[in-house]
Design a binder for this molecule. Structure first.
Ligand SMILES: NC(=O)c1ccc[n+]([C@@H]2O[C@H](COP(=O)([O-])OP(=O)(O)OC[C@H]3O[C@@H](n4cnc5c(N)ncnc54)[C@H](OP(=O)(O)O)[C@@H]3O)[C@@H](O)[C@H]2O)c1
Length: 287
């Protein structure tokens, strides 16, 4: 079923245009290098039109994997392709697993609380998801490899890429959970205190501490680093000529790196430079 003629699913010409424009996303995120204004998470603001954190994350991040599934199911039929090779489905599966965790499981079931999101950040994240899903979806569903033969001879690099992807995902989940544990522990402490004193619970919104476990000992945004590793592995699965996977990784790095550097400044201001010590923002020992 066609949703938007020529775009969902994309015609070849429109897909190429989307892929071309998508490479310039780092120009849009350049504002992050010069402005400290980023109204989300730690640096969220009290804006009246803010979107509640959990709903915001679930809606903006679901757009990508739902669109990718839709393109995988609709485009091959439009192009007269009977069956896509398993390599295409493997990459689509990796993408869906990650974003099902990020958009559904994490905000709606695991995270104790999430700060509100400014609509501007929501729109940027939604556009990120849509451009990325069309770019990757088009490549995976008909404009990239369409026969097993085209994946041939790359078995080892695909295997290694998949292993890197899986370790990156596990590392990302592990460090995400370490952040959750800070709020779960605060909640447990508050409940004990409430039982003892009869005082009402304060809630754990905006409770922050310095994370200490795993790679957090060396870098304050270790979960970001793991996500980069994950998508570098994904690119390796697709092959170095898989431009959509490369653009995805580059665009993630160019938006997350300034955010992590800003986050390090935020930690230093909140907890003091001595407490942060020689921990880096994102790459242990380096950056
Ligand atoms: N932000 C991006 O540009 C971006 C892009 C692509 C992927 N991602 C991925 O999405 C995930 C979340 O990203 P994010 O930017 O929201 O990460 P984040 O700022 O580290 O926040 C993640 C979660 O942990 C909480 N949290 C953060 N630091 C904490 C601390 N020191 N103590 C207690 N709780 C803390 C946050 O609560 P609050 O919401 O209340 O701050 C939020 O619920 C990451 O795994 C990242 O790899 C992010």
């Amino acid at each position: 079923m066609v949703i938007i003629e020529g775009l969902l699913p994309p015609s070849r010409e429109n897909w190429e245009t989307v892929c071309y424009i998508w490479q310039f996303f780092p120009v849009i995120t350049a504002f992050q290098w010069v402005l400290d204004w980023y109204p989300q998470g730690k640096t969220s603001t009290n804006f009246s039109l803010n979107i509640p954190g959990k709903i915001g994350w679930a809606t903006m991040e679901s757009a990508g994997f739902i669109t990718l599934i839709y393109i995988m199911l609709s485009l091959p039929r439009e192009l007269g392709i009977n069956e896509l090779p398993w390599g295409n489905w493997t990459m689509a599966g990796c993408f869906v697993i990650h974003y099902f965790y990020r958009a559904v499981v994490s905000p709606l079931f695991l995270n104790p609380s999430m700060s509100p999101i400014h609509p501007f950040v929501w729109v940027l994240a939604f556009l990120f998801q849509m451009f990325n899903a069309i770019s990757l979806g088009g490549w995976l569903a008909g404009y990239g490899p369409t026969t097993v033969h085209e994946w041939g001879g790359r078995f080892w690099s695909m295997e290694i890429g998949l292993v890197i992807w899986a370790w990156g995902l596990l590392g990302n989940m592990f460090h995400d959970d370490d952040l959750r544990e800070i709020r779960r522990a605060a909640d447990r402490k508050q409940r004990k205190e409430a039982e003892r004193t009869g005082k009402p619970l304060d809630g754990v919104d905006k409770v922050y501490m310095l994370p200490k476990n795993g790679l957090f000992q060396y870098a304050l945004y270790a979960h970001y680093l793991c996500e980069w590793i994950e998508w570098a592995g994904f690119w390796m699965v697709g092959g170095w000529n898989c431009t959509p996977a490369r653009t995805f990784l580059v665009n993630e790095i160019t938006t997350m790196l300034p955010r992590a550097l800003q986050g390090k400044r935020w930690y230093e201001k909140k907890f003091g430079k001595e407490k942060v010590g020689n921990r880096k923002a994102i790459i242990p020992g380096l950056l």
